[in-house]
Design a protein around this ligand. Structure first.
Ligand code: SF4
Length: 212
């Protein structure tokens, strides 16, 4: 795909949604961190339901640590893998208090050292809480980048690095939100809605379909 097409794709995605953001509800970097840890293999809707109960009671490392693993589980037990997520969040809270003054660090090295935080989670927090132009490649972005030809790659790291290199600078900050939302609602895994897709004429997918 050439640069002109890629630019036009992001121009249209921006026009359709000028201020994209995560669908996870949060009001502080710490709330976002907890929500993203909880969102692994879970839906944003499910996470939002749990955090709507949890955050009014505990939304700081100190308060969640005070709940303890069992107390925390009571709020998140509707979410998959909640046992290990509860343990990771409690350990993360302890590290934040002991090493970072109770604050979420704004750099990859310290974020990825937190239990339950991998590269993708760190990318989401760096981008969404701290405004850094990172690319958190999830299953939706991986699919859209490959299908459209925006940034094809064999694995998520390859796609991440290509997107960082190929997405025009003016779109970098918000690109991952646009691609996630496009993959979640239009370029869906099994039934892409090509007939209703605003970038259909620019997309290089060979097997376009319309399942509307
Ligand atoms: S045209 Fe179809 S395959 Fe291409 S981005 Fe749109 S929905 Fe996805």
């Amino acid at each position: 795909m050439n640069r002109q097409k890629r630019t036009e794709i992001f121009r249209r995605l921006r026009e359709a949604n000028p201020k994209p953001t995560t669908e996870l509800n949060y009001s502080t970097p710490f709330e976002l961190l907890v929500a993203v840890i909880l969102s692994a293999q879970a839906t944003d809707v499910g996470v939002n339901k749990a955090t709507a109960r949890l955050f009014p009671v505990a939304n700081t490392p100190e308060a969640i640590l005070a709940l303890g693993v069992d107390g925390l589980k009571e709020y998140i037990k509707t979410i998959g893998l909640y046992n290990s997520k509860a343990e990771n969040i409690i350990k993360t809270c302890r590290i934040l208090i002991e090493k970072h003054g109770g604050q979420v660090p704004d750099n990859r090295k310290d974020l990825e050292a937190l239990p339950g935080v991998g590269r993708k989670t760190a990318n989401v927090v760096l981008n969404t809480a701290f405004g850094q132009p990172t690319m958190a490649v999830d299953t939706h972005i991986f699919r859209v980048a490959n299908r459209t030809g925006i940034a094809p790659g064999k694995n998520v790291l390859e796609v991440e690095q290509r997107l960082l290199r190929l997405v025009p600078r003016e779109f970098l900050q918000d690109a991952h939100h646009w691609l996630i939302l496009h993959g979640r609602y239009t370029c869906t895994a099994r039934k892409p809605k090509c007939g209703a897709c605003i970038i259909e004429d620019l997309c290089e997918f060979k097997d376009k379909r319309d399942y509307l």
